[in-house]
Unconditional design. Sequence first.
Length: 305
Amino acid sequence: MFDALQLDPVAFTIPIGENGIAIFWYGILVVVGIAIGTAWAAREVDKRRGDVDEFYTGLLIAVVAGYLFARLTYVLLDVIDGNGARYGSALDVLNIRSGGVNILGGFLGAVLVVLIYARWRRLAIWKYADVVGPTVLIAQAIGRWGNFINQELYGPPTELSWGLLIDAGNRIAPYNDLVTYPAETRFHPTFLYESLWLLLGFGLLLYINSRFRGRWADGSLFATFMIWWGAGRTWIEFFRPDQAAIGESSITYSMVVALLIALAGVYTLLLFNGRIESGRARRRRSRRRRLKPKPRREPETPDGE
């Protein structure tokens, strides 16, 4: 199915320096995905009467922080997985071009940094957060095809007709054993499963946004994104043999984080739409109940007085 679509990971080389600067298809596709998501998000911010300039500034901060934290998370999990010898210097740790980022860690890091920025700028954070969800979905859906070109993000062997052929040099252990897994062995196209899930989620969020904009509380669309994205990534992790697992189990660290993101989305959606009460609200109500003065009882008077 994908045999005729193989491309060189390097799209072109800029003739600067001795060997030039290689520009990879992966980076191009990520930029295209971000551009498409940003174009939609900017229009949506304007419809919501937000500040588009503030959105662009926050987006730039989010992208930079996201890639930094994505790289650091990948390195951390790689070290946990026993590959710490690869990182002999700070340059090795921060070198994104050497490959390896973790989108979940990048997302959490970007959220943290943007929350600090929004608090500093006194922005209505949830109004802007609602446009972030669809942006992340479409950007990642397009970017995943860069993983296909790089022959990465594949799953275990399969006999399905849409399985991928992976060159021996791009296989991880134990699939690089060509005796057990010959050259004609096909592998699950995990990148495709996730890309389709993300595209479907993008369409779903656009439909929900057009139908419920102005009716749902701010932050509800972002919460829905967390549910969809977290649940999908939890499922996708079963097809990710390249991820660091917890002990000898099949549960990966990324799977746990993705599940927690989905559960946080459920809680946030219910909270913002009045289906549940926050702990702070319960404590405030309990405090008011304790401080409320009891009604005074009038003294009884004898009959005839």
